[in-house]
Write a protein that binds this ligand. Structure first.
Ligand code: PMP
Length: 359
C-alpha cells in the first residue's frame, strides 16, 4: 500500500488512523455483526454513534447549550438557500460580505429570497478582505453572512465581523475545526463535511435556538431547521456513514489535543509554506499577508508553461491534486487538519528542487 500526500481542496485527505479504524470496523461494528452502513438509523447502535459524534463536536468547539447541531445533507450549497429561508422571519433584506467565489454563490442564491445588500467586498482583482471599519451594516437586515475562508482564492478573515444584534452567519466549510472559534458570536455556522470533518454527503449546521422556527412560506420540510432540529436530524434517513466517520474524526481530534493543538500545527504548516513561496522569485502567492488562509494556499509559477511539468513531477514524488481551481489557475495546496507536517515539508522540498532545476 502506498498512500500519497493529497492536497485536494475537497473531498480532502482524511486522517489515516480514522480510515484504518473504519476499515477494521467495516464488517462488524463493535460486535453488532454489521457495518455501520447497514444499520437502521433508529436502532440503538446508530443512535449511540450519532449522539457520541454530536457530544464530541460540542466539546471540541465548546458549543453553548442554546445551539442545536444538525447533521444534514445537501452540502454547504444547500445552506445558501436554507439560511435565507429560515432566517428572514418576516424581514426583507440580508447583508452579505463578498470576498470571493463562494461568497458570490451564497449571494446569488439569497437573491432569490430577499434583497441582498453587499455591505463590503474585496476590491476586484485583489486578494484581501474588507477592513472592519468599512462594513456598512444595516440594522434591519435579517442577518449578516460571510465566508471566513474563501477556499478558491485562499483568502481568510483575520477577524470576526461585529454585527451587533443582527445574527452573524458563517460558511465555515473550509476552516471549521482548524482552530478554536467563539461559537457564541454566531447565529448560524455551516460547513460541508468533505474538508475538515469527514466524507462528502454530510453537512454540519450549528444554529442558535432563537433563530429556529418561522421559515418562509413554502419551505420544504427537509430545509426547515425546526423540523430537522425537532427530529434530531432524523426527519428522514440521515447520511449515517458520513455521520459515523465524522465521529471518528472528532475522536481523532480529541486524542490529538483538540482545536488549540490543531491551530498550532496548522499555523506552523501554513507559515512554512508561505515562507518558502515568499523566499523565492519563482513562486508567488497573491494574497495580502494579513488575510492568507491557513487551509488553502494558492500559488503560481513564474512561467505558467511549467505548470504541467510541475504537476507531473509532483505526482511522481507522491504529491497529488495540486492543480489550482480552474477559475484562478496555477497551483493550490490545501493543507487541512489531516495533512501532516511531513506532507507540507515534502511539498516545500519538492518545490525547492523543482525551482533549482527549472528556475
Ligand atoms: N462554501 C465553501 C467555502 C466551499 O469551499 C465549498 C466547497 N468547496 C462550498 C461552499 C460548497 O460546498 P458543497 O460542495 O458541500 O455544497
Amino acid at each position: 500500500m502506498s498512500r500519497v500526500y493529497n492536497f485536494s481542496a475537497g473531498p480532502a485527505a482524511l486522517p489515516e488512523e480514522v480510515l484504518k479504524q473504519a476499515q477494521e470496523e467495516m464488517l462488524d461494528w463493535q460486535g453488532s455483526g454489521m457495518s455501520v452502513m447497514e444499520m437502521s438509523h433508529r436502532g440503538k447502535e446508530f443512535m449511540s454513534i450519532a449522539a457520541q459524534a454530536e457530544a464530541d463536536l460540542r466539546e471540541l468547539m465548546a458549543i453553548p447549550d442554546n445551539y442545536k447541531v444538525l447533521f444534514m445533507q445537501g452540502g454547504a450549497s444547500s445552506q445558501f438557500s436554507m439560511v435565507p429561508m429560515n432566517l428572514l422571519r418576516g424581514k426583507t433584506s440580508a447583508d452579505y460580505i463578498n470576498t470571493g467565489s463562494w461568497s458570490k454563490k451564497a449571494i446569488a442564491e439569497a437573491r432569490k429570497y430577499c434583497q441582498v445588500n453587499v455591505v463590503a467586498e474585496s476590491p476586484a482583482g485583489e486578494y484581501t478582505v474588507p477592513a472592519p471599519d468599512t462594513l456598512k451594516l444595516n440594522r434591519d437586515a435579517a442577518y449578516l453572512h460571510y465566508t471566513p475562508n474563501e477556499t478558491i482564492q485562499g483568502v481568510e478573515f483575520p477577524y470576526v465581523p461585529e454585527s451587533g444584534d443582527v445574527p452573524l452567519v458563517a460558511d465555515l466549510s473550509s476552516t471549521i475545526l482548524s482552530r478554536p472559534v467563539d461559537v457564541s458570536k454566531f447565529g448560524v455556522i455551516y460547513a460541508g463535511a468533505q474538508k475538515n470533518i469527514g466524507p462528502a454527503g454530510l453537512t454540519v449546521v450549528i444554529v442558535r435556538d432563537d433563530l429556529i422556527g418561522e421559515p418562509v412560506k413554502g419551505t420544504p420540510a427537509m430545509f426547515d431547521y425546526k423540523i430537522q432540529a425537532d427530529g434530531d436530524s432524523m426527519y428522514n434517513t440521515p447520511p449515517t456513514y458520513g455521520w459515523y466517520l465524522a465521529g471518528l474524526v472528532f475522536q481523532w481530534l480529541k486524542r490529538n489535543g483538540g482545536l488549540a493543538a490543531m491551530a498550532e500545527t496548522n499555523q506552523r504548516k501554513a507559515a512554512a509554506l508561505y515562507a518558502a513561496i515568499d523566499g523565492s522569485d519563482f513562486y508567488h502567492n497573491p494574497v495580502e499577508k494579513s488575510c492568507r488562509s491557513w487551509m488553502n494556499v494558492p500559488f503560481t509559477l513564474a512561467d505558467a508553461e511549467l505548470d504541467g511539468k510541475f504537476l507531473a513531477e509532483a505526482k511522481e514524488a507522491g504529491l497529488v491534486t495540486l492543480k489550482g481551481h480552474r477559475s484562478v489557475g496555477g497551483m493550490r495546496a490545501s493543507i487541512y487538519n489531516a495533512m501532516p507536517e511531513s506532507g507540507v515539508k515534502a511539498l516545500i522540498d519538492f518545490m525547492a528542487d523543482f525551482e533549482k532545476r527549472n528556475g
